[in-house]
Design a protein around this ligand. Sequence first.
Ligand code: IPE
Ligand code: IPE
Ligand code: MG
Length: 255
Amino acid sequence: MERTHDPRVPRHVAIIMDGNGRWAKQRGLPRTAGHREGVKSVRAVVEESVRRGVATLTLFAFSSENWRRPRTEVNILMELFMAALRSEVRRLNENGVCLRIIGERGAFPDKLQHRIAEAETLTVANTTLNLQVAANYGGRWDIVQAARRLALEVQSGRLDPGQIDEQLLADQLSFPDLPEPDLFIRTGGEQRLSNFVLWQSAYSELYFSDVLWPNFDAAAYGQALDDYARRQRRFGRTGDQVEQTASALVDTCAG
Ligand code: IPE
Ligand code: IPE
Ligand code: MG
């Protein structure tokens, strides 16, 4: 039997890890020093997710638009990604983390693709935390690749266009087996979605923090989770309806 889930804890948190460059600039360091420092925040947020009972965490590491950055910065981001896979995967595995990379991975160097596949295979059976790292990911890309798969089904005669509904399209997106993000966090002070999980965040609670990603520690993350716990999610219903459903559930449990 599934353990009862505390509705105040998000099942899935998605984070845009933003502000590395500004963190470095403030210190007179190259932007890439901020990316390096940001790895510490990843560790802190992963550990706090486990501690607080968040089952799935999705981190935006590299967007489909980040290729527009200077070549040197892109190269260093790739190297950092490789290095993190090398240094972190064993510990993640020991801690029961199931690691998945979402995004268009075909654009990465072969060696990186190989290492990604190895890490995914190693951790596939782990159940403490689902950790998804979005790399060369874009929300529009995700919807386009889902549409393409459906088009192929139609072309082969296995699917009638009239059968296509929200569920069928959602089933072709990057993580159909996991719940949609309940909480969508962006650090670094900007208030935009930057083409992160678009379809899947249709009903996510948004949280914007001014803290730059390298400074985003367990306490800052905890504040976001506490803020989420105080919100009422209505999904189109009225606040009264939601309260009535909640109290009916409490009655059932008490009886
Ligand atoms: C986020 O930090 C990391 C990546 C996009 C890879 P930025 O590098 O965007 O930092 P700022 O926004 O310039 O401060
Ligand atoms: C979004 O941050 C992508 C990641 C955090 C990986 P950006 O810093 O690239 O976003 P924009 O371009 O400022 O919107
Ligand atoms: Mg940025």
